[in-house]
Structures are given as C-alpha cells and as structure tokens.
Design a protein around this ligand. Structure first.
Ligand code: NAD
Ligand code: ZN
Length: 363
C-alpha cells in the first residue's frame, strides 16, 4: 500500500480536499501508475457539481493525466515499471465487437456500460480516513498514484514530456479527433466551432490540420479569440454582438451554412444552434459538449429532414486509444502540431482548487 496525496471530492458542490490516501497494490491485470501531471477538463467540473451521470461520492476526479508505471499486477505484459503511460478514459480490450470494428473507439469493457465508480472487479483501490473512495472513469488522475486495468493504459514514447502530453488523455485527443475522425473534415471546407475551451481549441487545430479553408470560432468570451486565431481560426465571433440568432449569422457568413459544426460547450441552446448552422443538406454537426445528467433536448425534426447529419463523439471518434495515443504522442514529438499552446497555467497539485477557479473564470 502506498500512502500519498490525492484530491478528494467528499460531496457534490464542495471544493476538493487534498488528503493523504492509501492506494492498494494492483490486482492481477492491473497497473499502478505514479502520476506526474494532469489537466483539468470541464467534465471534472460536471462531476464536482454532481451533474455527471452515475457518479458516486466520495470520489477522486481527474481523467487527463500522464505518469510512470510504478508496479504491475500478475499477468500484465504490455507495460512494466518505469514505462511512461497515459491512462485512458475509454479502454481498448481488443476483443469486443466495438474494438474489432475499425469505425468505433468504444469498448464494451468500458465503465460507461456499467453505472458505477469502482474498478471492474467492483472494488476500490483508494481509501482515506478508513473510508472507501470511488474511482472516476477508472483512472482518477487527481492522485499521486492510481490503479487502472491494463487495457486502459497506453504506453508512450520515453522522450515525451509528461506535463505536456497529459492533455492527450482527454482534451486534445477529443477535440482534434472530433474534426479528423468524427466529422472527417475535408480540405477547402468551412467549419464553425462553438466554445473555445481546451476541447474547442483542439477542434480548431484538427480542422486546420485537415485543411479547412475557413474556421469560424464562436465564444461569448472574447479573451479566447487571440488563441483561437493563433491555432487556425479565420474568423472569431461573439453571439452577444448580434441581434440575430448565431445560426442565422453563420448561415449569412457562409451562404448555405458551414460544412461542419462542432459544439464544445455543453448547452442545449448551443447544440441546437450548432446543428442549425451547418448546411441543411450535406452539413455534419458533431456534439462534443456534455449536458447535465438527465437533461433532454428537443429539436424541430425538419432540421434533419433534408439531410443534415448530427453525431456525437467521445474521446476522438474512431481513435482506438491504446493504439492511437502513442502515435499522437510521436506526432507531437515530431512537431506535427503544437498542443503546448493549449496550456494556459501550470500549478502545483496543492492548488488544484485554484485550477478550477481559473476554469470557472474562463481563463
Ligand atoms: P471549457 O469550460 O474550458 O470551455 C467552454 C467554452 O465555452 C468557454 O470558452 C466558454 O466561454 C464557452 N461558452 C460558454 N457558454 C457559451 C455560449 N452560450 N456560447 C458560446 N460559447 C460559450 O470546457 P472544455 O473543457 O473545453 O469542455 C467543453 C465541453 O466538452 C464540456 O461540456 C465537457 O464536459 C465536454 N467534453 C466532452 C468530451 C467527449 O469525449 N465528448 C470530452 C471532454 C469534455
Ligand atoms: Zn475530459
């Protein structure tokens, strides 16, 4: 058992509390990882506010981390102590029908198939003050050590800077992959990206690298525009600057609406606006943002009748995580894109609540 620090969410709506926790050794088929860095994603905020489906408290959040294998359980062969790794929120067992389908990055072994926050054997490896603490998405990266199933770990290049590539565990891969894999953005096309957080900015990067000729970035926080332009946005617009609905503005700007639209906010209204902003016959709208658990959305079905496509994506579309994350890290090391530009602040672990304040303040 390792004693180390972790940020525990004891109850919804409360700040995280950095505590000493016990982390049990890995059981057969599991890997214990010493985490070196983690990003903060809006999904962690949904969890903290009690809006994430099927979440149980107390829980250790975090799902965008990178670290080094500390020890492995019996039977683990794909990683060994000392390997640099990124824990994955979507596993890749390699055997289920989803894993065998090249079009899917989902896995039937995923925690999303079962409403609970424990490891696959239905127990936790974390405890604090005599209480069992839940895992989040099986990976709980707001801890100095975490235990995960082997099939949810990607081994990456030993040269990778962990404080930079941790973003590949969620934000960068999700946004970049939504453009490349889910929408399959074509060269010369027009795109609109709603929301310029870590996810939306990564979508902008994906659209740019796919060769889009026009990338319209949409956000109510104009402080995000300079970074969006630096990453490839050609136009930046704030819906609050217009009297008309933003879908009408985008349709006027592009003639018939954009070829691809992306919602990276997580609001009903912007999901509908993103859908209505793309070409009524051939447009593809990708929903990335997450609504609070139990939310519903209602649309005028004629939005889809003429042929628009409305899709969702989780962690980069068809990217099979164990295979693709190492390749993305290699492309990063070869300087094919610069995801470092997404990093706005770097804080010591003890200031994790300050990190959430920065996220809430749109910084
Ligand atoms: P973020 O909070 O950093 O960014 C959201 C951005 O949206 C902010 O810049 C904000 O100013 C902007 N915004 C808010 N309301 C707006 C409005 N009405 N119109 C225009 N812009 C508005 O969030 P993030 O970490 O980038 O995450 C974005 C969403 O993606 C969240 O809902 C998150 O849960 C979800 N997410 C989904 C996946 C997936 O796999 N599908 C993975 C990670 C995150
Ligand atoms: Zn995330």
């Amino acid at each position: 058992v390792i004693r180390c620090r972790a940020a525990v969410a004891w109850a919804p709506g409360k700040p995280l509390s950095v505590e000493e926790v016990e982390v049990a050794p890995p059981k057969p088929g599991e890997v214990r990882i010493k985490l070196v860095a983690t990003g903060i994603c809006r999904t962690d905020e949904h969890l903290l506010q009690g809006c994430f489906p099927n979440a149980e408290f107390p829980v250790i959040p975090g799902h965008e981390g990178a670290g080094i294998v500390e020890s492995v359980g019996e039977g683990v062969t794909s990683v060994k102590p000392g390997d640099k790794v990124i824990p994955l929120c979507i596993p890749q067992c390699g055997e289920c029908s989803f894993c065998r389908n090249p079009e899917s990055n989902f896995c039937q072994k995923s925690h999303m198939s079962e409403p609970q926050n424990l490891l696959p054997d239905k127990t936790s490896r974390f405890s604090c003050k005599g209480k069992q603490i839940h895992h989040f998405l099986w990976i709980s990266t707001f801890a100095e050590y975490t235990v995960v199933p082997e099939y949810t770990v990607a081994k990456i290049d030993a040269a990778a800077p962990l404080d930079k590539v941790c973003l590949f565990g969620c934000g960068f891969s999700t946004g970049y992959g939504a453009a490349i894999n889910t929408a399959k953005v074509k060269p010369g096309s027009t795109c609109a990206v709603f929301g310029l957080g870590g996810i939306g900015l990564s979508v902008v990067m994906g659209c740019k690298s796919a060769g889009a000729s026009r990338i319209i970035a949409v956000d109510i926080n104009k402080d995000k525009f300079a970074k969006a332009k630096q990453l490839g946005a050609t136009d930046c617009i704030n819906p609050q600057d217009f009297k008309k609905p933003i879908q009408e503005v985008l349709t006027e700007m592009t003639g018939q609406g954009v070829d691809y639209s992306f919602e990276a906010i997580g609001c009903q209204d912007t999901m509908i606006a993103a859908l209505a902003s793309c070409n009524m016959s051939t447009g593809i709208c990708v929903m990335i943002g997450e609504l609070d658990s139990g939310s519903e959305i209602s649309i005028d079905p004629t939005l889809l009748l003429i042929g628009r496509t409305w899709k969702g994506t989780v962690l980069g579309g068809s990217w099979k995580m164990r295979e693709c994350i190492p390749k993305l890290v290699s492309s990063y090391l070869e300087k094919k894109f610069n995801s470092d530009l997404l990093i706005t602040h770097t804080l010591p672990f003890a200031k994790v609540n300050e990190g959430f304040e920065l996220l809430r303040a749109g910084k």
